[in-house]
Design a protein. Structure first.
Length: 299
């Protein structure tokens, strides 16, 4: 904690104030920054490899299908510019992503969690690794458990981190198979509440080719609350990966326990899971580098 207290004491304040100012006008950015952090940490650890540009000889993570709809790259670049102006070559892009994700959620009224700093930036970014390591929204529980276990996260972490779907939006392309082409014998996913599915077909994803924006937590998508879990238990989770959380007695019981507890208790548990995720395979010491520009390795 406080890694930059002597080398760049204003760094965390610069990030926090920039995030707070802009989240007021663009609250949807909070979910986008949280998602970016998640996608970054699941590939080579929390090392900002998701920010690197592709080159003529390498397709980077940001140009891999799981990251096609990731937003916030310019936002991170602008914060990096402000921090560089204050203390050149000191603060990593990896720390900026991690701090910004936390500060954005806090700015929307959501939970606070501690962010130890001192991460260094990776110099390798491969699209194939994003495809291999980021859980797709079509994942079943077995697949999700495997994806998370490979990052040192357990089923409890899976349920808690999925709670981030209480804010933000998605696109029809991420779940259209649940409505129109679920399997060779069923057009529609039977685990999806029939009324909810009919509503999605009538108002949002009116054909298999539609790619409309859809709220992850209808009616509450800008509030970090317990509504997502209530919807999941009713078969109204948007993704297959949401519905998958009810596929085992253990995960279903944990959702029930979260709902029986207070919002503060959920915030506390979510915070612990985020702190754990933010520490996945971090680079410290002489590993990696402190990038001058987040999209480029230092020359």
């Amino acid at each position: 904690m406080g890694y930059y207290s002597k080398s760049c004491p204003e760094a965390e304040r610069i990030v926090r104030e920039y995030v707070e100012y802009h989240i007021r006008n663009a609250p949807s950015l909070a979910a986008a920054l949280l998602r970016m952090h998640f996608h970054d940490c699941f590939v080579r650890g929390c090392d900002a490899s998701v920010l690197l540009n592709s080159s003529s000889s390498n397709q980077a993570e940001r140009d891999s299908p799981p990251n096609f709809t990731v937003r916030g790259f310019d936002f991170i670049d602008r914060m990096k510019g402000l921090v560089e102006a204050e203390c050149p070559g000191i603060v990593s892009c990896a720390d900026i992503i991690t701090l910004a994700a936390r500060d954005a959620i806090v700015a929307t009224g959501g939970p606070f969690w501690r962010v130890p700093t001192g991460r260094r930036d990776g110099v390798i970014s491969r699209a194939s690794e994003a495809l291999r390591n980021i859980p797709p929204p079509t994942s079943n529980l077995t697949a999700l458990q495997t994806f998370f276990a490979s990052q040192g996260l357990d089923l409890k972490d899976l349920v808690l981190l999925s709670g981030a779907h209480t804010i933000g939006v998605s696109h029809c392309s991420s779940f259209r198979n649940r409505l129109y082409n679920f399997s060779v014998v069923r057009d529609q996913d039977p685990s999806l509440h029939s009324e909810y599915a009919a509503n999605l077909k009538a108002k949002k994803c009116r054909s298999p080719s539609d790619n409309t924006i859809v709220e992850m937590d209808p009616g509450s998508h800008r509030t970090f609350d317990l509504s997502y879990y209530r919807l999941v238990l009713k078969g109204r989770g948007l993704f297959q990966s949401d519905s998958a959380l009810t596929a085992s007695p253990a995960t279903k019981l944990f959702i029930t326990q979260v709902l029986q507890g207070s919002l503060d208790n959920f915030y506390s548990q979510f915070a612990s899971a985020m702190e754990k995720m933010g520490g996945i395979n971090v680079k410290t010491g002489l590993a990696g580098e402190i990038r001058m520009h987040c999209a480029l390795v230092n020359s």
